[in-house]
Design a binder for this molecule. Structure first.
Ligand code: AMP
Length: 419
């Protein structure tokens, strides 16, 4: 199906063509007409499947068709969970808007950098604001923008925004928006508890789920290598050496900022251009690292889950889980940094006797059963640790403390209250 059959204006079809998009992806085919009709939508499609353009193209068309008032009032708000994703979405939107007659003003706002330039760029208003929730609220507190004219709200990586870390801020943002608006929620994953919350804020939504649809077979080969925890860095070096020339860039995920530092330093000392990437690194440096990695100036980035969501690195061949992610959802997002836009990708997970049970859980949630590999010279020798026995006396029965579900429900109630 060609782009011009989706009801998009020629200027937007032209921009898609300029971006090198020959035909719309499955999520774009399904989502664009529904969004153009003004419907709420929950869109679920695998990582790297073109979700940004799926909401940006119809959003830009709707705004362009509606003359902006002066001073401009924010008419579309795109919320994302990370600063890098805010920058990426803003850039992609500007590219797609370039041929429109209506000059739409798109402002990107995220924390970790000075607020002043963002306040300056909001002078005279903006048509679209792409932001992380915390900085958006700071800007509201500084009277740099008002959200009472927002007619379109996009939550990108929506399940992450509903999760506990963001729920409170999301509730505060929703309270500032008009009740009547179009809501668009996108992610590659919607765990059931979160989906219920998300659906609570949608009115008669179009539900688009193109996971596993024909033509969207996962392009990511998943491998699992058994190795003792203490030998992972050596194994990593071995694999990097073995695949030199073939793996031009590798994204390695670890569990903590400390691990990101130490693993990257060890690799660097061994002549591999590796750099850590985590939330304790200054924002300017973070942006530089990502930019340089995209340009192949680093061979290896060792990252925390900060890099797991949304970040689009074209033709990244390999993702390695040095430490396993906490949840099956995080696993999907991490490995989704490779195999994007129809490319092929490879995801390798290191599993030790101590983490084998956790990996089995990740596999179970995905309906997968992956063969375990051993690499010569790195065969594991450790046995699984004994299972921890519950000695609390209550047989592990949940106590009075609120469960994660209770907290989610409370956050949802709060968000709805302000909706
Ligand atoms: P996203 O899922 O939005 O992060 O997009 C993943 C990658 O797919 C990005 O590099 C986009 O530029 C690219 N992309 C988006 N739409 C298309 C399309 N219709 N055809 C080819 N590539 C696309």
């Amino acid at each position: 199906m060609p782009f011009d059959s989706l009801g998009l204006a020629p200027a937007l079809v032209q921009a898609a063509t300029d971006s090198g998009y020959a035909a719309p992806t499955a999520i774009q085919v399904a989502a664009i007409p529904a969004i153009l009709q003004g419907r709420d939508l929950r869109g679920c499609a695998q990582t790297g499947s073109g979700k940004t353009a799926a909401f940006s193209l119809p959003l830009l068309q709707r705004l362009a068709g509606d003359a902006a008032q002066a001073p401009r009032r924010v008419r579309a708000l795109v919320l994302v969970p990370t600063r890098e994703l805010a920058a990426q979405v803003g850039e992609s939107m500007r590219g797609l808007a370039q041929h429109l007659d209506a000059r739409l003003k798109i402002v990107v706002a995220f924390g970790g950098v000075s607020i002043n330039p963002q306040m300056m760029s909001l002078r005279g208003g903006a048509d679209v604001v792409v932001a992380t929730p915390g900085r958006l609220l700071d800007l509201v507190d500084h009277n740099a923008l008002r959200l009472d004219a927002v007619s379109m709200l996009v939550l990108d990586e929506a399940d992450r925004l509903f999760d506990l870390g963001f729920a409170e801020e999301l509730g505060r943002v929703l309270a500032l928006l008009p009740q009547r608006r179009q809501n668009l929620l996108f992610s590659a994953t919607f765990p059931p508890a979160i989906q219920a919350l998300a659906d609570g804020m949608l009115r008669d939504p179009a539900i688009v789920d193109v996971q596993g649809a024909p033509g969207t077979e996962p392009a990511i080969v998943q491998r699992v290598i058994e190795v003792d925890a203490g030998r992972r860095t050596q194994l990593l070096r071995h694999l990097l050496k073995q695949h030199e020339g073939e793996w031009d860039r590798v994204l390695v995920f670890v569990a903590t900022q400390h691990a990101a530092q130490t693993v990257a330093e060890k690799l660097y000392r061994n002549g591999i251009y590796a750099v850590p990437f985590h939330g304790d690194i200054a924002q300017g440096t973070r942006s530089d690292i990502l930019f340089q990695f995209k340009q192949s100036r680093w061979d290896v980035v060792v990252a925390t889950d900060l890099a797991a969501r949304g970040i689009d690195i074209a033709q990244l061949p390999v993702v390695i889980n040095y430490d396993l992610p906490r949840s099956p959802t995080d696993y999907i997002h991490r490995i989704g940094r490779t195999g994007r836009a129809g490319e092929r990708g490879l995801a390798i997970s290191f599993v030790s006797a101590a983490t084998e049970a956790h990996f089995r859980l990740i596999e179970k949630r995905q309906g997968l059963s992956l063969p375990r590999e051993r690499i010569e010279g790195f065969e594991p020798t450790e046995a699984a640790p004994p299972r921890v026995v519950d000695t609390s006396g209550n047989g592990g029965v949940k106590g009075k403390r609120p469960s994660k579900k209770d907290k989610l429900r409370a956050a949802a109630a709060k968000a709805r209250g302000g909706d």
